[in-house]
Design a protein around this ligand. Structure first.
Ligand SMILES: Cc1cc2nc3c(=O)[nH]c(=O)nc-3n(C[C@H](O)[C@H](O)[C@H](O)COP(=O)(O)OP(=O)(O)OC[C@H]3O[C@@H](n4cnc5c(N)ncnc54)[C@H](O)[C@@H]3O)c2cc1C
Length: 446
């Protein structure tokens, strides 16, 4: 390059660009809040809106790019169950946002008056996940919640009156002092950072990458022949049995949606979650390539493919109370019940799922104690990592229940911050009153 041209180029660069060299270290930015919620998923979003609506200064930290977690990013956009035996048992902020998404998209609610028998999923509400995420975000902003995407806690330390939490993210590192901390990470990640006990199974339930295929005419497919081809592909290693859960006709019935398993799925560390996402996407590619070579599927295409493999099970916490499968199946009314839950026992193991339905009339409850890690102060959990045994957890983990837990945690944390006390010391009567005032259905305990 000629010297003149080079200088001209430099001149052009200096007019539009700023050269940034090594920056002097800045003082660590500090934030102060009443309630700090980690994890803006199914439960955490509701907890944040609730705490904000109660006037608590609330920060919601989400490591991803949007709210809703498994409901939105993992595409489990069919939350349930809000109704049991012909009446609504869970309402409040979760229900408000779910029905707002249905209304804005001109979608339909199921007919909740029609009994479902063993087809409980008929009462789940089909929503647009991404629309739900936008509405949830709007509700947070309106409630005055400070949203912090792409961040996660690096260290968590107790102080005399709460917590000091170091958050890191893309180009950010801040220190937050908070009166109350709520772990809604689905993995009890904060509880783990603090060093309190967590439980996990040696072999967790499989995950599922939600995707849907289209572009074939089922009437032209010889399913027996296709199953034989699939069996051969599984034998040769071109397909894994879990890609189609062994049954190609069953897999194709709903375009493959929610019909595959990712064994060993784990979202509790970035490394494990990365591997889980890769395994999920590899499965999609295997199935697509297998189908493409079949004449009836020459035009097969991907209609939907989520950004993240949904993970069903990682850590559970050990709380002041623990919900057992017996409590769940007998519909025990806990003395400190703050919400209902309703779902069959639903453990996904060994490639099979055998839902065990509740007896007619049974509506289980969720005790506040299951949301408070044992011997902790100023700390709560909400969502699938509540304190419960494995079988009870397989039902408690569903979305309407997680939303109800989120609201209960949001109320309790906000009231405890205001009163300068710890969640376990908050009078139940106050928690229940605020929950009811904010539209939640509170179980009768007398
Ligand atoms: C494939 C599949 C099918 C399912 N089917 C149904 C169904 O039919 N009906 C039903 O109701 N439920 C169903 N469930 C269960 C239900 O969707 C989940 O159990 C529930 O959504 C979990 O909610 P959560 O709030 O505990 O966690 P999540 O919704 O997963 O939220 C956790 C959030 O925390 C964030 N996070 C995690 N770690 C950190 C960190 N360190 N820092 C900051 N943020 C963090 C995550 O990014 C995420 O947004 C299904 C689940 C799966 C995976």
């Amino acid at each position: 390059m000629k010297r003149r041209t080079f200088l001209n180029t430099l001149g052009a660069a200096s007019a539009t660009s700023v050269l940034v060299g090594a920056e002097a270290p800045k003082a660590l930015r500090t934030l102060d809040t009443d309630v700090l919620i980690i994890g803006g998923g199914t439960a955490g979003t509701i907890a944040a809106v609730q705490a904000g609506r109660l006037g608590a200064r609330t920060i919601l930290v989400e490591s991803g790019s949007q709210l809703g977690g498994t409901t939105t990013t993992a595409g489990v956009d069919f939350p349930g169950l809000f109704h049991a035996w012909g009446k609504q048992v869970i309402a409040g902020i979760g229900w408000e946002l779910v029905t707002a998404a249905v209304k804005l998209n001109d979608d339909d609610l199921p007919d909740f008056t029609k009994p479902t028998g063993t087809q409980h999923w008929r009462h789940q509400v089909k929503i647009s996940g991404q629309l739900y995420a936008a509405l949830a975000e709007e509700a947070c902003v309106k409630a005055g919640v400070q949203l912090r995407y792409y961040e996660f806690p690096e260290t968590v330390a107790p102080t005399a009156s709460g917590w000091r939490v170091r958050l890191v993210g893309k180009g950010t590192s801040v220190q937050v002092t908070a009166k109350q901390l709520v772990d809604c990470t689905g993995n009890a990640a904060v509880v783990g950072l603090i060093g309190l006990p967590r439980l996990r199974e040696k072999v967790a339930q499989p995950g599922t990458l939600i995707y849907r295929l289209g572009g074939w005419d089922a009437a032209t497919v010889d399913m027996n022949a296709l199953q034989a081809q699939a069996n051969a592909a599984i034998k040769s290693g071109a397909l894994l049995s879990t890609d189609i859960r062994g049954n190609i006709a069953g897999f194709l019935r709903n375009g493959g949606e929610n019909a595959m398993h990712v064994p060993g799925a784990d979202s509790s560390t970035s490394e494990a979650h990365t591997a889980t996402n890769i395994l999920g996407r590899q499965s999609v590619l295997r199935v697509l390539r297998f189908l493409k070579q079949e004449p009836a599927f020459a035009l097969v295409k991907v209609e939907r493919l989520q950004a993240e493999t949904g993970v069903r099970e990682t850590f559970r916490t050990v709380g002041e109370a623990t919900v057992s499968v017996d409590d769940y199946q007998t519909g025990r009314i806990f003395p400190d019940a703050v919400a209902h839950s309703f779902y069959p026992i639903d453990l996904h193991v060994d490639g099979s799922i055998v839902p065990k339905h509740l007896k007619e009339g049974v509506v289980p409850t969720i005790p506040l104690g299951a949301l408070i890690p044992k011997s902790s102060r100023n700390l709560m959990v909400a969502g699938r990592c509540l304190s419960s045994d494995r079988l009870a957890n397989s039902a408690l983990r569903v979305q309407a229940s997680c939303m109800a837990m989120g609201q209960a945690a949001g109320v309790t944390a906000a009231l405890a911050a205001r009163a300068g006390t710890t969640p376990l010391r908050m009078p139940l009567v106050n928690i229940r009153r605020e929950l009811a005032l904010h539209g939640a259905i509170v179980p009768k305990t007398d």
